[in-house]
Design a protein around this ligand. Structure first.
Ligand SMILES: [Zn+2]
Length: 258
């Protein structure tokens, strides 16, 4: 039938629409991002209900419309249920979905970003969510073609000095002390953190359960990876701001209580 096609996709975000409809933003491997409407989906007996929820991997049968596609059928492939019962994992999943959303331009296919998000949601079900986020960021930066230079000074190519290494997203990576003054490098990181970044970028998340990182290395990566990614995406990620606020509130509640 003309206009009818099947796609596999991950629901990145949803908006309720009219009385009972829902608009979905779906990331697919070969058709990029698709906006589709699921009609009547918020009614109790709709058979589209589960597959049209945020962060669900499903196979959709879509009908092309003038402004957006219509979901006619969908079959859930993975609901990633454990993510929904754990706030830290759920917030991380929303953060990864937002990175995928903003980094894939409309109308452009990105099978790499789709595959990365799909694998990472699967890992988030069982692995440490902080490590899954770092592995996703490192791999996404490489997929987007922004990989930093971390073995020599990114600005002048000089060897890096001993001790903590100056790092500036604007310069494209690690810096020697002379260039660090010029760029006003705001981060100082260990060689261990830069080596782990390289490792995460090339391996993705397949070896996360075997990865042992010192708390300092985890803190450094949690600072520089999101900062680097946001610099090249040229925006602050809303879900990261939300995660930080929730963690601060929890910390404040904890300190007041004790
Ligand atoms: Zn330099």
């Amino acid at each position: 039938m003309a206009g009818l096609y099947q796609v596999q996709g991950i629901v990145l975000s949803t908006q309720d629409f009219r009385e009972a409809d829902r608009i979905l933003h779906i990331l697919t491997p070969n058709r990029g991002k698709i906006t589709a409407i699921a009609k009547g989906v918020r009614k109790a007996h709709s058979n589209l209900r589960s597959g049209t929820q945020r962060l669900c991997l499903a196979r959709f049968l879509l009908y092309d419309g003038r402004s957006m596609a219509t979901v006619t059928q969908c079959q859930v492939e993975d609901f990633f249920a454990p993510l929904r019962a754990d706030l830290e994992r759920l917030l991380t999943a929303c953060y990864l979905a937002e990175i995928a959303d903003v980094s894939v331009p409309a109308g452009q296919a990105s099978p790499e970003m789709f595959g990365l998000l799909r694998r990472s949601l699967g890992l988030l079900v069982r692995e440490n969510p902080h490590l899954v986020a770092r592995a996703f960021e490192a791999r996404a930066i490489s997929v987007l073609g922004f990989a930093p230079r971390v073995n020599l000074c990114a600005a002048c190519g000089a060897p890096l000095e001993e001790g903590l290494i100056p790092f500036a997203p604007a310069a494209g990576g690690a810096l020697c002390s002379r260039c660090s003054r010029q760029y006003g490098a705001q981060y100082r990181v260990s060689r261990e953190a830069l080596a782990v970044w390289r490792n995460l970028a090339s391996m993705g998340g397949s070896h996360l359960s075997r990865l042992k990182l010192s708390p300092r290395c985890q803190r450094e990566l949690a600072e520089i990876l999101p900062a680097y990614l946001e610099y090249y995406l040229d925006r602050r990620l809303k879900s990261r701001i939300l995660m930080e606020q929730i963690r601060e509130d929890a910390y404040e509640y904890g300190t007041r209580k004790n």
